[in-house]
Design a protein around this ligand. Structure first.
Ligand SMILES: N=CN[C@@H](CCC(=O)O)C(=O)O
Ligand SMILES: [Zn+2]
Length: 417
């Protein structure tokens, strides 16, 4: 049976299958059809077009009149830390009272605080909590997601997190419906206390012990490193990326959040799928990225929450670098996985047009997790992961109504959630 959704006010982000990402001036366009229909069969987009071209096959097509709703592909959140054990409100208050994120981390808070909490939580409880968050972000329009480890910082802790992510991948959100989830191994998120005076020893442990185990259980799609002062150096990032590559793990890395250390050039040399954060960017970083296929991912909710500079996305887009936007959902720097808010911040704070920001949240975000063959646009053969918006007249209505979700319904694989 095919279901045909009719009388769509405007169907956005329609793309030919050959378009895998958009750059430069292409980012200003978000192709659409007014007064449209979309046909879905077995969870996949079979056809779409203008209403006057619709041919209905009796006894085969079920018609659903969506009465002037705007329809778009679902958001792809290409950078999250959605599996964690506890929130960190105390640090939030500390920051209000004047401490910086770095000062809190130097006192043993931050990522180490999350690691301590995670150590004492069972895999089952961690899974239950993460599933609640996952269902929550689906409601605000996220239909594909990447999730990192990185709060374990020990063999058991990292494996526990990655096994939770694997269980989320295998979880039916509705009968027969699974979310597309990518898992990233971020053992090098911070230096655990037992390696406090031996950072290289921890890097060696990641490479010699953790990675082989993660790979043997097939628990990760990507490898990540937090390359930053007081965390991991560029040379340590390179060691880890090279070791990961031997197991077929491609790189997605945290770089240039507080300092430009030259990590982007090295990440690009190691064929990173994406470099993420980029609040601080130098000319050399732009040059490296502009000669590469690496996607630049901005995380404006993190800048908002920590009061950091916003990623200079126009410098990136002006150099024809593909830009994606993601939430960075985590308990320390971004306790929100709401991509509608990311959309608003991108427009309001980073001066992206609604079309640029929407491209960065869909087609380019899908490319940043190598899901561009299956999601991220309205394309025949792609998964029917769709958002239905009521009470807005245009794409701009989404970021304009900041702080609220205008989404009426979310569909994953042809099923309403
Ligand atoms: N910067 C590194 N990692 C996370 C924050 C982790 C935390 O504070 O718990 C981020 O991307 O913002
Ligand atoms: Zn992050």
């Amino acid at each position: 049976m095919t279901t045909v959704y009719t009388n769509i006010k405007e169907l956005f982000q329609i793309r030919d299958a050959s378009i895998k990402r958009v750059i430069g001036s292409q980012m200003k366009e978000c192709p659409s059809i007014k007064n449209a229909f979309i046909k879905i069969k077995d969870g996949v987009i079979e056809d779409f077009g203008i209403m006057s071209d619709l041919v209905v096959v009796e006894n085969q097509d079920q018609i659903v009149d969506v009465q002037n709703t705007i329809v778009t592909p679902g958001y792809v959140d290409s950078h999250t830390h959605l599996v964690f054990a506890a929130t960190r409100e105390k640090e939030f208050e500390d920051r209000i009272n004047g401490l910086t994120y770095e000062q809190i981390a130097a006192r043993g808070g931050g990522i180490l605080n999350s690691a301590a909490r995670l150590q004492n939580m069972s895999e089952d409880e961690l899974y239950e909590q993460a599933l609640i968050r996952l269902k929550e972000v689906v409601k605000t329009g996220t239909t594909s997601i990447e999730i990192k480890s990185g709060y374990g910082l020990s063999m058991e802790g990292e494996l526990k997190m990655l096994r939770v992510i694997k269980r989320l991948k295998e979880t039916e959100l509705s009968p027969g419906v699974f979310m597309s989830i990518k898992a990233t191994f971020l053992g090098a998120h911070a230096v655990p206390l037992n390696y406090k005076d031996n950072k290289q020893g921890y890097v060696d442990f990641i490479i010699a012990e953790m990675l082989p185990k993660v790979a043997s259980e097939n628990l990760a799609d990507y490898i990540d490193v937090f390359c930053e002062k007081n965390y991991f150096s560029v040379s340590q990032m390179v060691q880890i990326l090279e070791a990961g590559a031997k197991y077929g793990l491609k790189a997605k890395v945290h770089v240039n959040q507080f300092n430009a250390l030259g990590a982007i050039e090295k990440a690009v040399e190691h064929n990173a799928i994406s470099v993420d954060h980029l609040e601080v960017l130098e000319d050399e970083d732009l040059i490296s990225l502009s000669n590469s296929n690496t996607i630049a991912t901005a995380l404006p909710s993190c800048s908002f929450f920590l009061g950091l500079d916003y990623t200079p996305v126009h410098d990136l887009m002006d150099k024809d670098i593909a830009v994606a936007l993601a939430s960075d959902y985590n308990p320390g720097s971004t306790p929100s996985g709401n991509l509608n808010f990311v959309f608003s911040l991108a427009c309001i704070k980073m001066k992206m047009t609604p079309q640029q920001a929407f491209n960065a949240l869909t087609i380019n975000a899908a490319a940043a997790v190598e899901l561009d063959e299956s999601v991220g646009s309205i394309t025949k053969g792609k998964r029917a992961d769709l958002l239905f918006f009521k009470n807005i007249d245009d794409l701009a209505g989404i970021p304009y109504n900041f702080g609220t979700s205008q989404i009426d319904k979310v569909m994953i694989s042809g099923t309403f959630m």
